[in-house]
Design a protein around this ligand. Structure first.
Ligand code: PGA
Length: 250
């Protein structure tokens, strides 16, 4: 089974709407690669101009978060229906920064995953261990727990369409990329876990990204690993380097 690579930028809280349009104009010619699905996950306020700027290109626009209710008295939140209507295809769920600063839990991640799928949004489901957890040797146990809760009540057919992003917290924004062996080991364990929850066909279909200080120089080796199907890229997605990351195989 060959899985199409998926390389997504996570802009985090960067770029005003007008800056977003300029950045997309700059990156548009650089991120062409038919062998890769290319996604820009942008701040909520940038979504509408970003969708417009990306029209007619191979760039899909994603959101960085959403709420798990349809609508109502949830001041400040954005619903899946709003994202779909705006032209969004992907949504990052449970990024470690959301877990750390905005009290998201495995349980809210699961609710968001179910809600995104109900609306045909592809969730990019984040998991990852802290440095302490890695040093304690509990990385795989921790990640398996995150995955098992995130996928509660998700059917096999739905699971096949999702994307998982393995992002060791100690590698995010630190310039300290995981070694290829570390990244492959955990991505392989995630695929095995999906195989246990569902079956081999589901495990073979699901796409698993690595994220955490991915750069143009580290991408080729990381993305060549058997269980790594692309990357979730923060800092380097705001620069022309992102073009080189998307074209890691050229
Ligand atoms: P980074 O961020 O590439 O800047 O480490 C990755 C992420 O948080 O998704």
């Amino acid at each position: 089974m060959s899985r199409k690579k998926i390389i997504a930028g996570n802009w985090k809280m960067n770029m005003t709407p007008s800056e977003a349009v300029k950045l997309i104009e700059t990156l548009k010619p650089l991120v062409k690669n038919e062998e890769v699905d290319v996604v820009f996950c942008v701040p909520a306020i940038d979504i509408i101009p970003a969708v417009e700027a990306a029209k007619g290109t191979n760039i899909c626009i994603g959101a960085e978060n959403m709420y798990f209710e349809e609508k109502g008295a949830y001041t400040g939140e954005i619903s899946p229906g709003m994202l779909v209507d705006a032209g969004v295809k992907y949504v990052i769920i449970g990024h470690s920064e959301r877990r750390e600063y905005f009290a998201e839990t495995d349980e809210t991640v699961n609710k968001k995953v179910l809600k995104a799928l109900e609306h045909n949004l592809t969730p990019i489901i984040c998991c990852g261990e802290s440095l302490t957890q890695r040093e304690q040797g509990i990385t795989i146990d921790w990640i398996r727990q995150q995955i098992k809760i995130a996928f509660l009540n998700v059917t096999a057919d739905q699971a096949k369409t999702t994307v998982i992003a393995y992002e060791p917290i100690w590698a995010i924004g630190t310039g300290k990329v995981a070694t290829t062996e570390q990244a492959q080991e955990v991505c392989g364990a995630i695929r095995a876990c999906i195989g246990e929850i569902y079956d081999q066909a589901t495990a073979a279909a699901i796409r698993i990204q690595y994220g955490g200080s991915v750069s143009a120089s580290s991408a080729p080796e990381l993305f060549a690993q058997p269980d790594i199907d692309g990357g979730l890229v923060g800092g380097a997605s705001l620069k022309p380097d992102f073009g080189a990351i998307v074209n890691y195989n050229k």
